[in-house]
Design a binder for this molecule. Structure first.
Ligand SMILES: [Zn+2]
Length: 392
């Protein structure tokens, strides 16, 4: 048994503990409580907050090295075209190095679990061997209804049909049935942009024209929202839905009924200038919301893949939200959506010892705020009780 003492322990699912201890045994958390409940020896982490590692619920690790290289020069549709062209020029080795750089950046800033949308199967083995908890969801695209190879699906934590405009109804249903049968993660981009909304609701716009020219059958357009389309296909059940910026009230009710979770990516949202994220309406409808970084390429400069930067951006926009609520969205809420409740995302007896220590600045009384405001590398990060990053 190893005992870690910190000025504050933030279990997330329970009130914070001043002068607290987390006991770790064989990779799991054995107990959490005030120091008085334990007899040493302790590893004293000092003026720190000790909390669950962050969970990045939506990321594209293999685009990390494209950070700052795909500027926004018009519409979201243009940007998608630009990154697709850039990907075509990359080798398998470039994707692998890029994904590893993403993991290093994420680890330094306190992320211990990443839901990674893998654009190709080439990195699946590499990511599975990582010391971090990487949940690889293979991205599936069949714009013109071309066949998709099912053989790499077996080694994925989940599947991710890209979006209703790039994945067919048949592919959505095949992937959803596959994930549901095996209790895997099913995730997709949905209702991200005004272009997507115009395509599905009004059969017009840049995205509509671009995809029609590529030979995509457009007979699913003009019948309501893209969320309604996925609901009719029966594939929203238990889904992790990235973005969800352009939703009407019926769409939100559908997501709630389907027990879907939304992942909001604050920095990416700002970069693309999407319509206001409907946080209050989603919460009122009963849809859980967690946080992600999206790819490092959906940013104006070298990207951090730092969940604290996402929380700061989120709290700057949604001023009624508290830092502790943002922390829960970046840990416990995401764990549940990724089928990791009880495994990671909280400090509780029985959970895996995925935890981080973050230095607090001086007279900190709100430890959650101190965590969100902290910069640079975290002091310590561990996954399954094994140290993956150490600045002590
Ligand atoms: Zn994405």
């Amino acid at each position: 048994m190893h005992l870690y003492r910190a000025k504050f322990v933030l279990p997330i699912a329970a009130p914070s503990i001043e002068d607290g201890v987390v006991a770790v045994e064989r990779g799991r958390i054995a107990a959490v409580g005030p120091r008085a409940d334990f007899s040493g020896p302790f590893t004293d982490l000092g003026e720190c907050a000790l909390l669950p590692g962050f969970i990045n619920a939506h990321c594209h690790l293999d685009y990390t090295d494209m950070a700052g290289e795909v500027p926004m020069r018009g519409s979201f549709t243009d940007w998608l075209g630009d990154i697709t062209a850039r990907k075509r020029g990359w080798s398998a080795a470039q994707f692998a190095v890029s994904a590893c750089n993403g993991l290093i950046a994420a680890s330094r800033s306190g992320t211990t679990t990443v839901c990674d949308i893998a654009s190709t199967p080439v990195n699946l083995g590499l990511m599975a061997g990582s010391p971090m908890r990487v949940l690889s969801c293979l991205e599936l695209i069949d714009v013109a209804g071309q066949p998709v190879e099912e053989s790499p699906w077996g080694c994925c934590a989940g599947l991710s049909p890209h979006a209703p405009f790039t994945a067919s109804a048949a592919l959505y249903q095949q992937a959803h049935a596959y994930c549901r049968k095996r209790s895997r993660i099913f995730t997709t981009h949905l209702a991200e942009s005004l272009d997507e909304q115009a395509m599905f609701e009004e059969s017009r716009g840049w995205l509509y024209e671009r995809l029609a020219a590529l030979g995509r059958p457009m007979n699913d357009c003009g019948h309501g929202s893209s969320a309604a389309l996925l609901d009719r296909l029966g594939v929203l059940h238990g889904a992790l839905v990235a973005h969800a910026n352009c939703l009407n009230d019926d769409d939100m009710a559908m997501l709630a009924r389907a027990k879907a979770t939304v992942v909001h990516c604050p920095s990416s949202h700002r970069f693309f200038g999407h319509p206001a994220f409907p946080l209050e309406r989603l919460r009122a409808a009963g849809v859980p919301v967690c946080l992600g970084t999206d790819s490092a390429a959906s940013g104006p400069r070298a990207v951090e893949l730092d969940m604290r930067a996402e929380m700061r951006q989120f709290l700057a926009v949604f001023r009624a939200m508290r830092p502790s609520e943002a922390l829960a969205m970046a840990t416990a809420v995401a764990a549940k959506a990724l089928k990791q409740a009880g495994v990671t995302g909280t400090l509780a007896a029985g959970a895996r010892a995925d935890m981080i220590a973050v230095r607090l600045g001086g007279e900190e009384r709100d430890a959650a705020l101190g965590v969100v405001e902290s910069r640079g590398a975290v002091l310590l990060s561990m996954v399954n009780g094994k140290v993956v990053h150490d600045e002590r």
